[in-house]
Design a protein around this ligand. Structure first.
Ligand code: FAD
Length: 490
């Protein structure tokens, strides 16, 4: 008889785990508390607009292609992607901006214009980043990181040193570039890892390889096109996906999970992957079966939460590209208000996504779809009044820098912040991106993929290995499923 595996959560990690577990021969059911699959990558429709609620940058396209290839499929059988050119625009002030082209040789020219000799330096920087990318994917990222022994061979240690695990990103970048603008450009991708260039290892310059060489892509129809595609594949493999089903309790005895309580009703299983936020999933267990206590979680460095505005505008905004970063304020101040003394920022940096530049399906004709995101420390007080105050601050800056009058043309507006993350995803302190990828929270130092007291339970998702972001979350689902299948000896 095939083994029954339950998966809590239908984000990228849960959906990936479901397909791998089903393809491995298990009888799989996914329980999702919300009424749609996708987790943080859901979309919603309102007033003729289709808004991506969370992720918007599609990097590391090979991870998605490899995922579908694992099942003998092609990405384009499930959704279409488009390469963006320019990949993104960076505003440094009013009328002062740089567009990052899709063609890497043009990026070299752009760097050379900013700083003499920077083109050659960028070539070396990216060649190193490419080596890190391929080495990390081949030797590290798909490992369960269950024990230091996985990394203890001399060749692995040599690779870890070559990967720059023990140097900060800031020191690494400063060896190549002097221009503050170029430093901002190469440092920005690591903001996705929930830290700053001062506490993130230089290993993650591999993100620059993805941003500058592989390029920035967009899944037509938004990110739910991917999660809906993954759900379709999972169903083709025989997975049952149940939405509107909250797992309220995990019952274990004799070091085995045997029962879940879902919307008040018990259901029996032979194995479990909890892909909901790790800290929450632990609270579903009796205390003696948890990997970590409250003190452990309160001592972690969380990635930021976010204040997000979803805005519809009944006119075109010519000065925006698809992705727009606003670096007109000093990020060190904002970063210290996230990590050192958590508070609402005094001069926030923000990001604006305008997918209607690429996808006519996300806004009525002649309109623009805006997603505005401001990073914010997790766990802060979140009120409607604070959200409105920051809406005014951000919109004033956006209008000033772009030189466009936007507010009078807004015909849809809603916001999303700390309280929503906590309510919708059971997110610890309302975090958006899980744990920061600092050196002390990397690989075996991350919350363990395996429940150390229950043999048939694993965790997946952005709070465990390999880390935050869509590609790592997807990979963590694969690793968790493979480990559980081994444990159940399917
Ligand atoms: C605003 C924002 C912007 C981002 N931008 C990017 C980006 O541009 N590019 C990128 O690569 N990454 C980005 N990320 C990160 C990326 O979205 C996440 O790392 C990834 O989606 C996390 O997937 P997951 O499966 O770990 O978790 P989730 O997507 O949170 O999935 C967990 C699921 O578990 C469900 N759940 C929770 N509790 C229960 C329960 N008790 N019972 C049943 N179900 C439960 C939740 O409802 C949720 O659906 C962004 C994230 C946010 C929030």
């Amino acid at each position: 008889m095939s083994r029954r595996i339950a998966i809590i959560g239908s984000g990228f990690s849960g959906l990936a785990a479901a397909s791998f577990a089903a393809a491995g021969g298990a009888d799989v059911t996914v329980f999702e508390k919300n009424d749609k699959v996708g987790g943080r990558a859901r979309t919603f429709s309102a007033s003729g607009y289709l808004f991506d609620m969370g992720p918007s940058w599609y990097w590391m396209p090979d991870v998605f292609d490899n995922f579908f290839a694992s099942f003998g499929k092609k990405t384009e059988e499930y959704y279409q992607v488009k390469k963006l050119d320019p990949g993104f625009r960076v505003f440094f002030g009013r009328g002062d901006m740089l567009d990052i082209p899709a063609d890497t040789t043009q990026i070299f020219d752009l760097f050379e214009k900013e700083e003499k000799g920077a083109a050659d330096k960028l070539k070396r920087f990216l060649a190193e980043a490419e080596t890190k990318y391929h080495t990390a994917f081949r030797d590290f990222i798909y490992k369960p990181s269950a024990s230091i022994l996985e990394f203890m061979s001399l060749s692995m240690l040599a690779k870890a040193i070559r990967l720059d695990l023990f140097q900060t990103f800031e020191n690494h970048a400063k060896k190549f570039f002097k221009s503050p603008r170029l430093l901002q450009l190469v440092e920005f991708p690591i903001l996705f890892l929930g830290g700053t260039s001062r506490n993130i290892p230089a290993l993650y310059s591999m993100m620059n390889y993805s941003a500058f060489v592989q390029g920035t892509w967009y899944p037509m129809g938004g990110f739910s096109a991917i999660t809906n595609g993954m759900a379709k594949l999972a169903k083709e493999l025989g997975v049952e996906i149940l939405t509107g089903k909250t797992v309220e309790k995990i019952n274990a005895s004799s070091q085995r999970v045997n029962e879940l309580i879902i919307n008040g009703k018990p259901r029996q299983f032979d194995g479990l992957i909890a892909s909901a936020d790790y800290a929450h999933a632990e609270t579903l267990l009796e205390e003696n079966y948890r990997n970590y206590d409250d003190k452990y979680w309160s001592n972690r460095t969380m990635s930021p939460s976010s204040l997000i505005f979803y805005i519809g505008v009944r006119k075109k905004i010519v000065s925006l590209q698809h992705h727009n970063l606003f670096f007109d304020e000093d990020f060190t101040v904002h970063a210290s208000e996230i990590y050192d003394s958590p508070s609402w920022p005094s001069a926030p940096l923000f990001y604006v996504c305008c997918p209607s530049k690429t996808d006519p399906g996300v806004a009525p004709e002649g309109h623009e779809n805006l997603f505005i995101l401001m990073p914010l420390a997790a766990g802060l007080q979140d009120t409607q009044e604070l959200r409105e105050r920051y809406f005014d601050i951000i919109m004033s800056r956006l209008e000033k820098i772009t030189g466009e009058n936007i507010r009078p043309s807004i015909d849809y507006k809603s916001s999303y912040c700390i309280n929503d993350f906590a309510n919708d995803y059971n997110s610890y302190k309302g975090n958006a991106y899980g744990l920061a990828n600092t050196l002390m929270q990397t690989a075996i130092l991350k919350p363990s993929l395996r429940n150390k007291k229950i043999r048939n339970m694993y965790y997946a998702g952005q709070l465990t290995v390999p880390g935050p972001g869509v590609p790592p979350a997807l990979i963590s689902g694969q690793i968790a499923a493979e480990q559980l299948l081994k444990t159940l000896k399917i």
